[in-house]
Design a protein around this ligand. Sequence first.
Ligand code: NCD
Ligand code: ZN
Length: 359
Amino acid sequence: MRWYSEVMVDTITLPGLIDPHVHLRDPGQTHKEDFYTGTVAALAGGYTTVVDMPNNSEPITTADRLEAKIASAQAKTVANIGFHFGTLGDNFGEFEKVIDKVIGLKIYMNVTTGGYKIDAYKLIEIYKAWPNQKPILLHAEDDVSDIVLKTLREVPTKTHICHVSSQAELEFVIRAKEAGLPISCGVTPHHLFLTDEDAKRLGPYGHMKPYLKKQKDVDFLWSHMDAIDIIESDHAPHTKAEKTGTTPPFGVPGLETTLPLMLTAQQEGKISHNKLLSLLYEKPKHLFNIPTDDTTRIEVSMEPYEIKDEDLHTKAGWSPFTGKQVIGKVRKVYIRDKLVFADNRVTIRPGEGNIIPAL
Ligand code: NCD
Ligand code: ZN
């Protein structure tokens, strides 16, 4: 219990959350974020494990680049961190070299930050080449669903569809699940809590891939929560200067706002506590084979507050949710029973976090 404006507020304990989809920009674009600031933001948001995407300025498509990335993380991380490998369809010789060091393979089938879109006809070759003990993650918006279905039928590798945002995309996932294909999907908080109307208000700060959708799409996501496996923040930091420049890059930060948004939705009766835990911990753990233990946990004070730019730890320093009233402030974080974050500050040194899978 803690006192908030003369009222007693509950503190709840949850397992350390898992986010399998973040962009911490290190190495290459550390003016946006780095492994220290990104993992501090993770802890502040209640995440003890994050998995980083490969669309660095030099994409992580070779074993050498992966090693360099791991080395950078080893020196800076304060949370558990793992990595997804990348491919443009021309690095199959690297797959065996990296398979034990990564969580999954990320493939971009649509244009987004970094410009690493593959040619759709290469998808099947990539599926055949990837050692199928680890999952494939697809950035696959509506227009490419047919080729995804065809590929999965031919090479049934565990596949996660990232950031499903529309009714049509979720209907596709539901159909694929009904057909018995090994498919899962994630939704971002911005696609659950913002619409194309907010995009007008937010300007470049509401500019991301996939784009914000109509209220009817958002309603469809909420009314089909059963079909959604995980919430992924898609934490994609860019500086304010970049966002307000002539060609704002796609992406919004999300690590520090996802849990409070979901706890607020829980308080409003939009989602059960069990489903919240499943979305933010159990399913990501299961789908991406994330090592966990019972003493890795977070303490969250259920107090109301307003999201403010100046309270964020991400180097980006802004959020599309600034000004929103939420509940749920992360007070303490323990990794393997060690206190790593308390009262808004990290209590361990850079590099004292862990690289996964080799926990
Ligand atoms: C991401 C980024 O900035 O790296 N941007 C985004 O809009 N989501 C890339 C991605 O996940 O598509
Ligand atoms: Zn992403």
